[in-house]
Design a protein around this ligand. Structure first.
Ligand code: TYM
Length: 330
């Protein structure tokens, strides 16, 4: 069975629709027929200022959401990054394999550090992609299901794995990014040319899984639309409508052209009402399930501890092989 690995940061009280459609939906599909490892990357969350009570809460909320969205602990290994110290061990090796200039070219680092200001950005933000490379390579996966914004990090991971293998002998599987064409980038529904993101300004354009159905209904009904009145997929001329078509299609399973036909001759208002219904009804049972799971913290922790124990075994094998090939005395 081919292996799959991916990760998600616990940096918010809720995942958003971009996280789900760009990544987690594929995680759920891939757990059938693959040996799947999914990680809540809490160490990555430390690259920005965090409140201890919030980090804990958000790690548990992340686990509850992943389970509610369909990750099954019987099929997948669901674990917390900090409970597998091998991530830090291999992270250091990856830092030692990476050029300073190479790391400086990571676009997420450039964006985030320019927002924070070069002096207040943390060194951890700079070395973040090397820790991510370690997250991946430890598990020797074939595929890494992510959204488009992670493509460059996966490319770096592939480069580092290839470099290490060439220099020290075959050690790492070279992983492939698994990025869907259709939902690789879900946009903010208030600012449809920008990515839907946890850190976006007001949050009015971000559909959150843990939001109430009423709040999400209101948000979608106030989504920004475009000039004209035709419901047509055209990313350049109609970024707002195209984004809503993508969301509807991904959740309802209907094709974009089928939706265009249904709404031919109808206005944007009718279309937004339909999108709102699809989203709200899809998320309603998921939010309810996550809320229920959060009531039993011990059960959640048991699942995570079991997952982390399984992950440590696999991760240690890779650390051993890496150290051996590096000439570290074992
Ligand atoms: P994170 O936590 O920001 O996002 C988790 C996943 O959601 C995807 N995503 C989106 N997809 C489509 N449209 C959007 N608007 C959107 N916003 C987010 C992301 O591409 C990602 O797949 N660096 C990673 C976490 C990470 C990781 C890893 C991923 C750490 N180690 C190892 C894979 C493998 C991140 O910050 O994702």
């Amino acid at each position: 069975m081919k292996r799959v690995l991916s990760g998600i940061q616990p940096t918010s009280d809720s995942f958003h629709l971009g996280n789900y459609l760009g990544a987690v939906k594929q995680w759920v599909e891939l757990q059938d027929g693959h040996d799947a490892f999914y990680c809540i990357v809490d160490l990555h969350a430390l690259t920005v200022e965090t409140d201890p009570a919030l980090l804990r809460k958000r790690t548990l909320v992340s686990a509850a959401q992943l389970l509610a969205l369909g990750i099954s602990p019987e099929k997948s290994t669901l674990f917390v990054q900090s409970q597998v110290p091998q991530h830090n061990q291999l992270g250091w090796i990856m830092e030692c394999m990476t050029g300073f200039g190479e790391a400086s070219r990571m676009t997420q680092f450039k964006d985030k550090s320019s927002k924070a200001g070069a002096d207040s950005a943390r060194v951890g933000l700079f070395t973040y992609p090397m820790l991510q490379a370690a997250d991946i390579l430890l598990y020797q996966p074939h595929y890494v299901p992510v959204g488009e914004d992670q493509r460059q990090h996966i490319e770096l991971t592939r480069d580092l794995a290839g470099r290490f293998n060439a220099r020290y002998g075959q050690t790492f599987q070279i992983p492939e990014a698994y990025i869907l064409k259709t939902a690789a980038k879900i946009n903010d529904i208030q600012e449809p040319t920008a990515k839907m993101s946890k850190s976006s300004g007001s949050g009015a354009g971000v559909i959150e899984i843990m939001d109430t159905p009423e709040a999400n209904l209101k948000k979608i009904k106030s989504a920004v639309t475009d000039a004209g009145r035709e419901v047509k997929f055209d990313v350049v001329e109609k970024p707002g409508i195209s984004n809503l078509l993508t969301i509807h299609s991904a959740l309802s399973g209907r094709t974009i052209s089928d939706l265009e036909n249904e709404f031919a001759g109808k206005g944007y208002g009718d279309f937004k009402t339909a999108v709102a219904e699809v989203v709200v009804e899809y998320l309603r049972p998921i939010r309810a399930k996550a809320v229920e799971l959060l009531e039993d913290e011990k059960h959640l922790l048991d699942i995570l501890h079991q997952g982390s124990a399984k992950a440590r075994v696999v991760a240690q094998e890779t650390v051993n092989a890496t150290y051996k090939n590096l000439g570290v005395v074992l």
